[in-house]
Design a binder for this molecule. Structure first.
Ligand SMILES: [Fe+2]
Ligand SMILES: [Fe+2]
Length: 171
């Protein structure tokens, strides 16, 4: 992730405007009850990002967009809610993973305080997948949360959905 990208994400996350009611109801309409409860707990910047991704997926697939694919777009980053990191520490977490390597996520997650939260943040794909399993999500929704930062090849989400979801996710 480049500097431009990081700073765009950082400043974008400071947007103080509430999410529009019509966007909230659109999101809820795509989600199961347990998924709605999870989505509502996400930080506003994550809900805003998830809506942008889901709208792009909806546009790309049109009327053929399956509910579980839109749910995957809306909830792929749901695992971030455990670390509860604000924009500043998110940039720090991304930088730390670059320097120390992503393998540090597990050991960091076993510490306490800020390093634990950074570790949890870096593990958000696995943590999110776990939340979604417990919420009764469709297997595709769970799989996308778990695999959305993996290399494009070898995932379990079928085409064209994996590519559409990947291209719609701009972080
Ligand atoms: Fe993510
Ligand atoms: Fe994302």
């Amino acid at each position: 992730m480049g500097l431009w990208h990081l700073s765009k994400r950082f400043f974008g996350s400071l947007n103080p405007l509430p999410i529009r009611a019509q966007d909230v109801s659109w999101a809820h309409a795509q989600l199961l009850d347990g998924e709605q409860a999870l989505w509502d707990r996400m930080r506003r910047q994550d809900r805003r990002h998830s809506l942008a991704v889901a709208h792009r997926v909806d546009e790309a697939l049109g009327a053929d967009a399956p509910r579980e694919v839109l749910a995957a777009a809306l909830l792929h980053d749901v695992g971030k809610l455990d670390s509860n990191l604000g924009p500043f520490y998110r940039v720090a977490a991304t930088a730390a993973a670059k320097v120390a390597g992503h393998d540090m996520a597990d050991p960091w997650a076993s510490t306490s305080g800020v390093t634990r939260r950074i570790g949890l943040y870096l593990l958000h794909p696995q943590i999110g997948a776990d939340h979604l399993r417990m919420a009764g999500s469709h297997a595709l929704t769970v799989a996308w949360a778990e695999e959305h930062h993996n290399e494009p090849d070898g995932g379990s989400v079928p085409e064209p959905y994996a590519t559409v979801l990947r291209e719609a996710d701009d972080d």
